[in-house]
Write a protein that binds this ligand. Structure first.
Ligand SMILES: [Zn+2]
Length: 363
């Protein structure tokens, strides 16, 4: 039976728990206990990798929920860098990988309603998958959330709780959950099922490159779900004896909001203050709850955390436009990180950049 384990003190909890962190304050991680990498080629969604996804029910012949998420294209840029177009998921962001697995859990637990706090793509993605699974969704968003995203949430019949700033939304949802114990907290940050869904991006790259991985994988880092997903996938493939050495994880932040970058250079996150606004709003997280896990994952891979300026982000976005690719600034920041490394000749081998969100979302 699957159990959550506290990352800090190793206490275990049933996955039916309504808690989302340990008494000691530590966050939950989840081990699937599987070490077999089998691809079900009859399934054209990320569920083709379910041999390494958390097992929820005994019979697992058909996916619990699916909108064909995953299976996104791999193309090369004009210089031969591999681009994973992961913004081509059902709600136009990579978050669908996590949402579908998280909602599969909610469905297996018989949950009627879920709640999530997010100002962006995760909220929309969870709302869409909740709708698909006939589960009600409460989404807590700050006052500043764009009307376009609010509209999208309305289309999926989400109950919108709007007000205050990001930290206000986090407090508001905590209070809401306190008074509504039967509502499931579908957090993309706290719930490890989300990270297990996200990890499938690496399995896909492995399959698309005919059974190998690039030397480096470049991803954005805000709350770190993608960094942790990539790390989880590398560990899975090692345990399954499919690879011996994984790619280096290169995590990119916007310099204007770079707590993980600074922590990587040994500056404590508690002392971090936002220096200015950034166009890369998807990774503008001042205090990521899983910061220590993120740093450990990057270090273990022999990778690094880098930070890019606003000008570099906008330049990178233009470079992608020139190649017919339209992504939001947060995804462009990732490409900017790659361009920065290439300019300084830090990239010598094959490199893949994961492009996470579509440009339409930001306009
Ligand atoms: Zn603990």
């Amino acid at each position: 039976m699957l159990k959550y384990r506290c990352y800090v003190c190793s206490s275990t909890f049933e996955i039916t728990t309504t808690r989302y962190r340990c008494d000691c304050g530590g966050l939950f991680v989840l081990e699937t206990g599987s070490s077999v990498f089998e691809v079900d080629r009859s399934d054209w969604s990320l569920w083709r990798y379910r041999s390494l996804l958390p097992k929820l029910t005994k019979e697992s012949s058909s996916p619990p929920i699916s909108m064909g998420e995953g299976m996104t294209p791999l193309v090369k840029d004009l210089d031969g860098c591999i681009l994973k177009l992961d913004f081509l998921n059902p709600t136009l962001s990579y978050k669908d990988r996590g949402s579908v697995v998280l909602m599969a859990l909610a469905k297996a637990l018989g949950v009627k309603e879920v709640a999530i706090d997010s100002s962006g793509n995760a909220g929309v993605s969870v709302a869409a998958y909740a709708k698909r699974a006939s589960i009600g969704a409460h989404v807590f968003v700050p006052e500043s959330t764009s009307s376009k995203k609010v509209k999208q949430l309305q289309l999926f019949d989400a109950e919108i709780h709007q007000g205050g700033d990001r930290s206000f939304a986090a407090l508001a949802i905590a209070e809401f959950l306190e008074h509504n114990r039967d509502i499931f907290y579908a957090s993309h940050v706290y719930n490890p099922f989300f990270i297990h869904g996200v990890k499938t991006v690496v399995f896909e790259i492995f399959e698309q490159l005919q059974g190998r991985l690039p030397a480096e994988i470049v991803v954005p880092v805000g709350n770190g779900t993608l960094v942790l997903g990539v790390h989880e996938a590398i560990e899975d493939l090692k345990r399954a004896s499919v690879i011996q050495v994984g790619p280096k994880i290169i995590a990119v932040q916007a310099r204007a909001c770079a707590p993980v970058f600074e922590a990587f250079q040994q500056v404590p996150i508690s002392s971090y203050r936002l220096s200015q606004e950034t166009v890369a709003e998807g990774i503008a997280i001042t205090s990521p709850p899983r910061a220590s896990e993120i740093i450990a994952a990057v270090s273990e891979s022999n990778g690094s955390v880098i930070a890019v300026s606003e000008t570099e982000i906008l330049d990178a976005q233009r470079r992608l436009f020139e190649q017919g690719i339209d992504v939001e600034p947060t995804a462009a920041a990732t490409y900017a990180g790659y361009l920065m490394l290439r300019k300084s000749s830090c990239i010598e081998s094959e490199c893949a950049v994961v492009l996470t969100g579509a440009g339409l979302k930001s306009r």
